[in-house]
Design a protein around this ligand. Sequence first.
Ligand SMILES: C[S@@+](CC[C@H](N)C(=O)[O-])C[C@H]1O[C@@H](n2cnc3c(N)ncnc32)[C@H](O)[C@@H]1O
Length: 250
Amino acid sequence: MSEYSLPTKEKKQEVVQNMFTSAANAYDLNNSVLSLGQHHRWKRLTISLLQVERGQVVLDLCGGTADLSLLAAEKAGGDGLVMTLDLNMAMLKVGLSKARSGVIDGLKERKSRARPVMIQANAERIPLPDESVDRLMVGFGLRNVTNLELALSEIYRVLKPGGRFVCLEFSHPVNGLWEGLYRFYSFYILPKIGKLISRDNTGIYEYLPASIAKFPDQEFFSETIRKAGFSSVKYRNLSGGIVAIHMGEK
Ligand SMILES: C[S@@+](CC[C@H](N)C(=O)[O-])C[C@H]1O[C@@H](n2cnc3c(N)ncnc32)[C@H](O)[C@@H]1O
């Protein structure tokens, strides 16, 4: 379908990090344009399924520009702790400046919320103690790690018993016609618009549809999460399966 070939396992981290460094400043704008604003709705639903309570410790893995962290910080409140962990400093810097400005989805929030804590680290080696986190979310991140099973085992390790894990990720449309339209859009239209907006030369918007096509489907991913030790694993399709939210408990 496309000439683009995904990076090898050995090169993946370096290639992916170069892409996000290049795209960081235009990342939020591109998300809004390319998803026709839907990513705000997907992220709000992710946070509501995460069921964050006041005072809890929350980790936003592969948190990037901190959209999910900022939403969770409202729920955790001033006595909570929300950490945004990402390998990419350029993405974290955008997130930190959003957190400092107090603007979420273009609106100035007035509620008390957890202060931002940014951690530059690898999701495959989370620098936190065992059983130290109440809630863990990851948005559009696990598709980008090199070793999915290792990242899931780290997620399981840092969660407290009874802790909740929610993953928002691109998935596989459930209807054949919808899938055809979506594939045409994501392989032929999206890379052109994405490149135009971010003036990117790293290929990130070609990597995006290719990595989505390769990512496990809803059922297979659920099974991978179960194998990492999680119970009550469920998923919910959004936008006809373009995106899925997977959930599990420790
Ligand atoms: C598509 S962005 C998602 C950002 C944010 N979670 C969101 O929903 O908008 C993916 C992020 O994953 C980060 N990432 C990729 N591999 C990583 C790894 N092994 N450890 C930590 N972060 C990683 C990238 O640097 C990038 O910021």
